[in-house]
Design a protein around this ligand. Structure first.
Ligand SMILES: [Mn+2]
Length: 331
């Protein structure tokens, strides 16, 4: 669909909602795909949509390719009984919906489900989204994919009750960094969700503020080896730290993903990076920027993607080689 002259991007997204609802109403079997290494936004979006579809009598499944288990911090989200293991997902469905994934690659092995479905609907808010669905509802201005889902449900006249609100709030509170990265309307959505009776403090604490004691010595080791490169990023500075497999042994993804939120607070660096060792020479790299650098562009150049201020990619080689390539890409 082409945007009419003068139409705001917001209006263009709203037009897409009507088409998305048509697809959702027509489907009797739906598979909802969340991205690999799922966060609360992708799972919250997937479960909220699945709850709605299930209540309408749709045969619906939610899945993600890796890891095999849902992160522990998300195992109290309503609708989790609709999650199925990646290898048991039904392939021959009317509609596949991808939530919070910026590209096919972010769906891992489950991306192939897109090829056998009659229709594919991509719902997302990543700036780098590659529009890989037959219909793409992508709003890069949205705080979270759950915020996009909330607008979809409003357009659909579906009531957001306490279970759906719990799922939507999970994505909103995490993707806004506990409501630090917000825009006009963010708090109105939060207020609506809280007014259903959900326990916002408890949801936030479980998702963002609960770590086993082993997190503390891991932080000591990883942060102790953090490095500041003042000359990088054209003199704006890069700070980085690496989490070796020996550092993270026995810890959950929640502990590993928390490190970037500490490293990025470094005042002397515009860009922060955390390298997470997956295999001897395989790293997933998280990038954060404060204001003047678009790390989604840098991540895309290195094979990944994301948002302007938060992005990531996978790299192969020694830690030093990965850092050198990153410094080079940052200019
Ligand atoms: Mn998100």
């Amino acid at each position: 669909m082409t945007m009419t002259p003068g139409a705001s991007p917001e209006t263009a997204v709203d037009d897409k909602f009507a088409q998305a609802i048509s697809l959702l109403v027509a489907a009797r079997t739906v598979t909802v795909l969340c991205h690999v290494q799922p966060d609360a936004d992708t799972i919250g979006s997937g479960l909220a949509l699945a709850i709605v579809l299930k209540r309408r009598g749709v045969d619906v499944e939610v899945s993600f390719a890796t890891p095999s288990e849902l992160p522990e911090s998300m195992n109290e989200l309503p609708g989790r009984e609709l999650l199925v293991a990646a290898d048991s997902v039904h392939r021959d469905v009317d509609l596949v919906v991808s939530v919070d994934a910026g590209s096919r690659g972010r769906l891992g092995a489950l991306a192939e489900c897109l090829d056998s479905a009659d229709a594919t609907l991509v719902i997302d808010h990543h700036r780098s989204n590659t529009r890989f669905g037959t219909l793409n509802v992508v709003d890069p201005a949205a705080e979270s994919t759950t915020a996009v889902i909330a607008r979809l449900l409003d357009a659909w006249n579906v009531e957001i009750d306490v279970d759906i609100a719990h799922c939507l709030f999970a994505g909103l509170v995490t993707d806004t960094g506990s409501f630090r990265w917000v825009r006009p309307g963010s708090h109105l959505l939060a207020e609506r969700l809280l007014a259903t009776g959900i326990d916002g403090a408890s949801i936030a604490r479980r998702l963002l503020d609960s770590h086993p004691f082993g997190w503390l010595p891991m932080l000591g080791s990883v942060l102790g080896s953090a490095t500041l490169v003042p000359d990088a990023v054209g003199g704006l500075g890069l700070v980085y730290a690496a989490i070796l497999r020996t550092d993270s042994a026995g810890l959950r993804s929640e502990e590993i993903e928390s490190v970037i939120d500490i490293v990025r607070t470094t005042a002397e660096a515009e860009v922060a990076a955390v390298l997470k060792q997956q295999d001897a020479d395989e790293w997933t790299v998280s990038l954060r920027a404060k204001s003047s650098v678009d790390v989604s562009v840098v991540a895309a150049a290195l094979g990944g993607g994301g948002h302007r201020n938060a992005a990531g990619f996978t790299a192969y080689g020694t830690k030093d080689a990965v850092i050198a390539a990153l410094i080079d890409a940052l200019g």
